[in-house]
Design a protein around this ligand. Sequence first.
Ligand SMILES: [Zn+2]
Length: 287
Amino acid sequence: MVAGEAAEAGGGRVSFPYISICFNIFSPPTGNSPTLVAMHAIEKAAALVEDARRICVLTGAGISTDSGIPDFRGPHGVWTKNPGAERTATIQTYVSDPQARERAWRRYIDGGMWTEREPNAGHRALVRLEARGKLEMLITQNVDGLHARAGTSEDRLVEIHGTMAKAMCLSCGRRGPIGEVLERVRAGELDPHCLVCGGIVKAATVSFGQTVAVEDLERAERAATSCDLMMAVGTSLAVIPIAYVVPIAARHGAPVIILNAEPTPYDDMASVLVSAGISDALPRIVG
Ligand SMILES: [Zn+2]
């Protein structure tokens, strides 16, 4: 049985006559306002956050769309509409084809890397959760670096697919701000190599064909087993193995909040399902 708000609405148990009247008279809902069912779910989620002390959060592309960063796998995602682009984003192509590297750096320079984008109210809400002492771990599937830019601490953040904010050498592993490499590209180096060992340099993201770091998976799993509330935000929970943190937390007794526009495979585990705009709903949930 789905434990979410939609099921409750279907059962006719949501009764908001007064709120409904208030809204009709004083505050007509706009196109972006959450529905009454969503508002009820937001209240329930906020109560769970209030009671929790060690919250594990998993975020996906949905939290960054309000920062102007495109979704990759959603119904209108970059890769959904152009599967060929996904095939060329492999590590094998990057390593073997200098022209693929030149194209990648050129795309970043031309703004395809979102280095100028700013965190939104959703990212900032999770910084507040940490300031309240309630954040056990923030695990993100996003590579946009916006959680770190918003101010989430490094020791509370697992960027499971890496980050575009840094570049790394594929030979010696040296990492540094990607801005330094982009400066070299702007100065005329089409395919800049590592200044220490001469190896191929790439954005510090996990491309297709690369494996995620074992220590990151371990940090994520530890947080999932020890948290007292799991919150999945803006993710379709389709990318494994990281999506498994949700059932792991549920199995260890943590209630689960899922805040996402589309259904996920784990909706039936959720104590609360919230279907509302993230940068609007998350600040209300976090308080
Ligand atoms: Zn190197």
